[in-house]
Design a protein around this ligand. Structure first.
Ligand SMILES: *[C@@H]1O[C@H](CO)[C@@H](O)[C@H](O)[C@H]1NC(C)=O
Ligand SMILES: *[C@@H]1O[C@H](CO)[C@@H](O)[C@H](O)[C@H]1NC(C)=O
Length: 501
């Protein structure tokens, strides 16, 4: 009797599996909601990518789906699957470029129509503006001459600022200093952020409302500050281009300007694109620099080791002054293993990049995953970065030596962790400014580490909570003030410091 029942059950199961296979590969598992229509939306609004990570920690699924009203989102947490998705021809980022042009740049209807016409099957074509800008941006930020010129300017400005910095909230200081220094370096003497000192606040208002602006539901009501800030930024950059500001700007801006003018793009539309370039330029560097300073100065042992390593990168300044030393930025970027490991660990621990794609048509990945047309794919770095399978034990804590040559190698994980290390995204959306950002962050940190003691005003360092809700910032900024004093050091090993880029 019992055996008979078992046989019937086995047959039923077989039939069931056949039937359920008939529609092709199954979709990824969907995560049910405690409160239908509400839980996921609220989770994402409040915790951003951290919400995905909490589901991933709980379920350990390599890919899972979420339903938000009519929108399907797939979240991918496995490095292997991510690399397949990034290479897949029917999964693309390009439709978001169009969306950003409309909602974040405020592109004119004519501009949008041109961009749409230049797309085929939902993707950019070879000679399109989208492809041309993509290639131009990558090549501008690969050119060593372009990079050295910009980083040199940034260091001039930051060291000038440091001369009269004494005390304040660390993140505010970093953000303001980086904003002025990098926009000066990129936009030249007519930098709109210098012409109108209120523009910086406008930019941070715009940044705070980016998700709502992308959502585009009555933005003048739901994203009021961001909506008006966008207009102010566009106007400021329109004036900049009208007044020939780009002529004395960096190689990148000059090259963009030339390409845009050849295509007959109006100054207003150029200005709109520039507003979005500012997101790339300004949003992630300050929080990364904040966490660098926080982690280094809150660990006296690490601080001293880094000072020794950086002092070894100094060269005597024979020409001008025997007590002066030269900090060679190239040496700092290439010959300081612990410093670089610290930087990578900051990115591992704090980066929360989302890497977004859209599925252009029903797409099978391998034999067992079917992604449905129009779904959004998110590949959050935080899920990978916290996985001990890629980065070894203790991923929940900060370990400045994790990326030292030999440490991950020793565990035989170098290749695995490289594939899973995605602070700058990957594939077609790999950040073009990653070398620029790296040079900028390492060299500013080196200036501070060698020249100053950063002392918390409450007497001890307290790790601030982070702003999780932002879906558009990759390195999550602190949510609470960390007030510090900058105290100049007199270190005979350092002397007076000059730098060379
Ligand atoms: C973009 O342009 C480059 C160089 O012209 C070309 O190699 C590449 O295939 C183009 N990309 C697309 C998507 O057409
Ligand atoms: C800077 O980048 C632009 C754009 O790619 C390029 O045209 C220019 O030649 C570069 N400048 C230098 C000095 O390499």
């Amino acid at each position: 009797m019992f055996a008979c029942f078992a046989v019937v059950l086995a047959i039923l199961l077989l039939v069931y599996r056949r039937l359920s296979r008939r529609g092709g590969a199954p979709q990824p598992s969907f995560i049910p909601e405690k409160i239908p229509f509400v839980s996921h939306a609220l989770g994402i609004a409040r915790h951003g990518a951290v919400y995905y990570k909490s589901i991933s920690d709980r379920t350990r699924l390599p890919i899972f789906g979420l339903r938000l009203l009519t929108q399907t989102i797939y979240v991918v947490t496995d490095a292997n699957l991510i690399s397949k998705i990034q290479r897949h021809p029917t999964i693309s980022f390009d439709p978001f470029v169009l969306l950003a042009a409309e909602r974040l740049c405020g592109a004119s209807p004519a501009m949008l129509q041109t961009m749409r016409n230049e797309m085929k099957d939902g993707k950019k074509t070879r000679s399109s503006l989208m492809n041309e800008s993509h290639i131009l941006t990558h090549s501008a930020f690969r050119s060593q001459t372009n990079l050295s010129e910009m980083v040199g300017k940034i260091l001039d400005i930051v060291s000038g600022e440091l001369e009269h910095t004494s005390a304040g909230d660390l993140f505010q200081w970093v953000r303001h200093t980086v904003c002025l220094a990098s926009t000066d370096a990129v936009y030249g003497p007519q930098n709109p952020f210098r012409v109108d000192t209120g523009l910086e606040d406008a930019f941070w208002n715009y940044d705070a409302d980016l998700s709502l602006l992308l959502l585009n539901f009555l933005p003048s009501l739901t994203a009021r500050k961001g909506h008006f800030a966008k207009k102010a930024l566009r106007q400021a950059f329109t004036n900049y281009f009208r007044n020939g500001g780009s002529e004395k700007a960096s190689g990148f801006v000059r090259a963009c300007n030339e390409a845009n003018r050849k295509r007959g793009i109006s100054e207003e539309d150029q200005a709109g694109f520039e507003v979005v370039h500012c997101i790339g330029l300004l949003v992630n560097t300050p929080p990364t620099l904040f966490w660098m300073i926080y982690h280094i100065f809150s660990d006296p042992d690490l601080l001293e080791k880094l000072r020794i390593e950086l002092i070894a990168c100094l060269q005597p300044d024979n020409i001008e002054d025997s007590t002066a030393k030269i900090l060679d930025i190239e040496k700092v970027v290439s010959d300081s293993p612990l410093f670089q490991s610290t930087f990578k660990e900051v990115l591992r621990a704090h980066a929360s990049s989302l890497s977004t794609r859209i599925v252009l048509e029903d797409t099978s990945i391998g034999s067992d995953i079917l992604l449905k047309k129009n779904a959004v794919v998110h590949m959050p770095s935080a899920c990978l970065h916290s996985d001990p399978a890629y980065f070894g034990p203790g991923t929940e804590s900060f370990d400045a030596s994790r990326f030292l040559p030999g440490n991950l190698l020793k565990e035989g994980m170098a290749a695995k962790s490289q594939a899973a290390f995605r602070p700058f995204g990957g594939g077609s959306t790999l950040c073009p400014g990653r070398h620029f950002a790296t040079m900028q962050i390492l060299s500013i940190t080196a200036l501070v580490v060698l020249g100053f003691d950063v002392v918390p005003e409450r007497g001890e360092w307290v790790c601030p909570r982070v702003l999780e809700s932002t879906m558009t910032t990759t390195v999550l900024p602190p949510k609470e003030d960390v007030r510090v004093r900058f105290e100049r050091r007199r270190d005979p090993r350092v002397g007076s410091l000059r730098f060379k880029v």
